[in-house]
Design a protein around this ligand. Structure first.
Ligand code: C2E
Ligand code: CA
Ligand code: CA
Length: 518
């Protein structure tokens, strides 16, 4: 009761009651006047009850009107508050674009935004474009989150300039979705190209010009799904395909892509379990000193025996890189390999591969040092193999990491030389101890004059830069004789031995010693 009296409605009731009392008192005081008035209308004898009823009726009416006005105001306030909360929940605060929740709602009522009643456009189609930025993380790392925010705002502005109002969504991070209607297949392709072109133009952030790329996947309603939600899922699958082809690529959904994605999802799950259960292990391939014929070390190569079949490391390392599992896998394998190497003769080195994605990890060198410390393997026995592509994305960071390895006494080799993007300038910039000539040159040099010349040039270059050379993939005696004749330092290949489990290493070491002394 107290609450009611203190509320607006209570106060209004009190005010109306007070006015009614005043009216009543007034009516009684001036009843002559009122009686005359009533008599003139009804000719009956006015009495107090009638007066009270009239006043009470009037007061109730006034009170009801006030309450209705009040309720209308309250409903308007509530509506506004609800709309504001709804806007916050369904829009991205940075770019002001509708978000994933808004898309879910849009999916339920697409007609409101996609249909145009004025046009006779025949059968309706809607194409969902999934857009993902390439290299956004690097901008964020280099320019900080503020720089990243400016870039995202500019990118969303550019996408909105191409697509229809209210049909562009930010799904979070650097993922955007645009929905367009009634595009012909040619126009869809053109739209995808325009998106890439527009997003990848340089963006000014403060005094710096920076750029990102864009990958685009797209799918069409009703050809690729019966609802926008389904089509959006398919365009995501197509985006995944586009991303796998490199930067600034676009791709239209094809049913086979779905199978590929499902297979990959399964492989990812299996890989995660295999890593958790420590079922991926290092095998060791011998490295031979070509001058003396002595065994000088082993290269660790990851092996995953999946239900009796070995999965190619090229396949699962790529999945580990994409899913971020690579760091755990690397640490697991390197620890095991360092422990195994402790059981080999101390003259033997351990070569270990680092994947390009890992070179983006600022803590890479400290992770390696931590493992050396834990396992007790001297740093001088470890050699890290880095491929050329690992130097391209962030050359400064790569140079710093290589420097950290050197400072710790770890050797660094440039792997797969000649297959990636490196140039002679890079060779001079990064401090390598060794170059590994890729096996693709070795297998073809006898019948490919150009490759033979490249090999000669690389060997000459390494000599002048004082770098050692390893040749991988030696399978035949002719190849071995050639590289020995060229003064190459180390050989690796099936001719000496394939990668083997630790259990076979000790036997191999003994056999090699025996063969050499014989
Ligand atoms: P890679 O580092 O160039 O390793 C050499 C590859 O050549 C190995 O393939 C090896 O088995 C193969 N090979 C060696 N000698 C011969 C030969 O005489 N003939 C032929 N045809 N092949 C030979 P594998 O083990 O399949 O590894 C493939 C690639 O997977 C490696 O190439 C490396 O890039 C990657 N990889 C393997 N293990 C790891 C790992 O632990 N970490 C990382 N990041 N990558 C790894
Ligand atoms: Ca290697
Ligand atoms: Ca190699």
């Amino acid at each position: 009761m107290k609450d009611f009296l203190e509320s607006k409605a209570g106060r209004q009731l009190a005010q109306v009651a007070a006015v009614a009392m005043l009216l009543l008192v007034g009516c009684i005081a001036y009843d002559d006047l009122l009686m005359r008035l009533v008599q003139s209308v009804s000719a009956g004898k006015a009495n107090l009850i009638i007066i009270v009823l009239i006043v009470a009726g009037l007061a109730s009416f006034a009170y009801s009107v006030l309450r209705i006005l009040d309720m209308r105001d309250e409903m308007m306030h509530r509506r506004k508050a609800f709309d504001a909360a709804d806007h916050i929940a369904t829009h991205d605060h940075l770019t002001k674009l509708p978000n994933r929740y808004a898309f879910d709602r849009f999916v339920l009522h697409p007609d409101e935004k996609l249909q145009d009643a004025d046009e006779d456009i025949g059968p309706q189609t809607a194409t969902v474009f999934s857009i993902d930025l390439d290299g956004f993380k690097k901008v964020n790392d280099l320019l900080g989150h503020q720089g990243g925010d400016i870039l995202l705002k500019e990118v969303s502005r550019r996408i909105c300039a191409l697509a229809e109002y209210e049909c562009v969504f930010r799904f979070g991070g650097d993922e955007f979705v645009a929905v367009a209607r009634n595009l012909s297949p040619e126009k869809e392709e053109l739209f995808a190209q325009l998106l890439i072109h527009s997003v990848s133009r340089p963006v000014r952030i403060g005094t710096l010009l920076t750029e990102v790329g864009a990958s685009v996947g797209y799918a069409r309603l009703p050809d690729h799904g019966s609802s926008l939600e389904e089509v959006c899922h398919r365009s995501d699958v197509a985006l995944y395909e586009a991303k796998s082809r490199g930067h600034n690529q676009y791709s239209l959904f094809q049913p086979e892509m779905q199978e590929k994605v499902s297979e990959r999802a399964k492989l990812e799950g299996d890989l995660r379990r295999a890593i958790d259960e420590g079922r991926i292990e290092p095998f060791y391939q011998p490295l031979i000193n070509l001058r003396t014929g002595e065994l000088c070390g082993f290269e660790a190569l990851a092996r995953w025996n999946k239900d009796g079949v070995f999965v190619s490391p090229q396949h699962f390392i790529a999945v580990a890189e994409e899913t971020g599992l690579i760091t755990t896998l690397f640490e697991q394998l390197l620890s095991k390999a360092c422990r195994d190497a402790q059981l080999w003769p101390v003259t033997l080195s351990l070569s270990f591969n680092v994947s390009p994605v890992q070179m983006e990890d600022r803590l890479l060198a400290s992770r390696v040092l931590h493992i050396l410390q834990q396992t007790g393997l001297p740093s001088s026995r470890l050699e890290i193999e880095i491929t050329e592509n690992a130097l391209v994305d962030d050359p400064d960071l790569a140079a710093a990491t290589i420097e950290q390895f050197h400072a710790a006494g770890i050797q660094v080799a440039l792997d797969d030389f000649g297959t990636g993007y490196s140039s002679l300038a890079q060779l001079a910039r990064f401090k390598f101890d060794k170059i590994k000539i890729d096996k693709s040159f070795v297998s073809s040099f006898t019948h490919n004059e150009k490759n033979a010349k490249i090999i000669d040039a690389v060997l000459g270059l390494s000599r002048s830069l004082n770098l050692k050379t390893t040749v991988e993939g030696i399978e035949e005696n002719a190849q071995l004789a050639y590289f020995m004749g060229q003064g190459c330092d180390i050989g690796q290949g099936y001719i000496f031995g394939k990668a083997m489990p630790q259990a076979e290493v000790v036997g191999f070491v003994e056999d090699r010693k025996r063969a050499l002394s014989a």
